[in-house]
Write a protein that binds this ligand. Structure first.
Ligand code: HEC
Ligand code: HEC
Length: 236
């Protein structure tokens, strides 16, 4: 190909790229393009695309509000000083598009949610529960293995609760109901903005047997101190 022809081909391609721009009048489509272009996919997975080094974002629009997403993307370190997610110093328009794209992620990018495959259904409940904990994104608020440590505003202790001791305070049934119905944290200071992170109503996303698997997993995190002491009581 001679230079002139190559240039013409290049110009035509560039022109068609320009002409194609109006297709992206949809903020969600622009957000999707930027999510790939900015390299968010190096740390996050949506559907089967990307790397799940940070939280899987396939359900992020269910668990996090647009207001919180906007604030997080503005400066992750302002919310969580210890985060390894970089500040991308995004332009306001780019951030708005990413928020639109992320808010639209309600699980539809999965043909079948990972915990609904036949193989996953055949797992022991504790293992399946752990899978749901990670893939549905409990981990994004309650930390690895429910260890906690993630911030919330205007709540006692400033943190989302850890889940390693739920076996001490909940029966299986109570825990199931808690996960199903979610909760709005109580503000410690009524004059300050309400907590931005709430416990989602998982009954809208997860089936009853899936919540049971989560209960089995959470109950396995820390043995019941009551059953420990009653075991020793019985052991005389
Ligand atoms: C170097 C890896 C890395 C990159 C790159 C990265 N993130 Fe993150 N991101 C994380 C980690 C890790 C967390 C979890 C919070 C934490 O552990 O501090 C997170 C958390 C998030 C959350 C909240 C997750 C949830 O489930 O509630 C969103 C939303 C998010 N990132 C979006 C993005 C977007 C959009 C980009 C690209 C502009 C991006 N991230 C790039 C590592 C990364
Ligand atoms: C968007 C963040 C977020 C996600 C995702 C999330 N939670 Fe929560 N969770 C919270 C908050 C905030 C609370 C505290 C609610 C309150 O103060 O009443 C909470 C409370 C709980 C509690 C009660 C803890 C206690 O100490 O009494 C359980 C159990 C729980 N979550 C389980 C789960 C499970 C299982 C999942 C995944 C299916 C999940 N959470 C996903 C934010 C979240």
């Amino acid at each position: 190909m001679n230079r002139r022809l190559a240039l013409a081909v290049f110009a035509a391609a560039a022109l068609s790229a320009c002409v194609r721009q109006p297709e992206l009048s949809d903020p969600v489509a622009r957000g999707e393009r930027d999510f790939r272009g900015l390299g968010c996919v190096k740390c996050h997975q949506i559907g089967s695309e990307g790397h799940a080094w940070g939280p899987d974002l396939t359900l992020v629009g269910f668990r996090k509000s647009p207001q919180w997403l906007d604030m997080w993307l503005k400066n992750p370190h302002a919310w969580n000083q210890k985060t390894v997610m970089p500040n991308f110093h995004l332009k306001d328009e780019t951030r708005a598009d990413l928020v639109a794209y992320l808010s639209a992620q309600k699980g539809q990018a999965w043909a079948t949610a990972p915990w609904r495959t036949e193989a996953a259904k055949a797992l022991a409940p504790i293992e399946r529960g752990q899978m749901i904990f990670n893939d549905a994104g409990c981990v994004a608020c309650h930390g690895q293995n429910g260890y906690g440590g993630y911030p919330n505003n205007n709540v006692a202790g400033g943190l989302i609760p850890s889940l390693t001791h739920v076996a001490d305070s909940y029966s299986d049934h109570e825990l199931h109901e808690k996960i199903k119905l979610g909760a709005n944290p109580i503000a410690v200071d009524a004059s300050k903005p309400a907590p931005m992170i709430r416990m989602p109503k998982w009954g809208e996303e997860l089936k009853s047997d899936e919540i049971d698997a989560l209960v089995a997993y959470l109950m396995s995190l820390e043995p019941k101190s009551s059953s420990k002491s009653s075991a020793s009581d019985d052991g005389f």
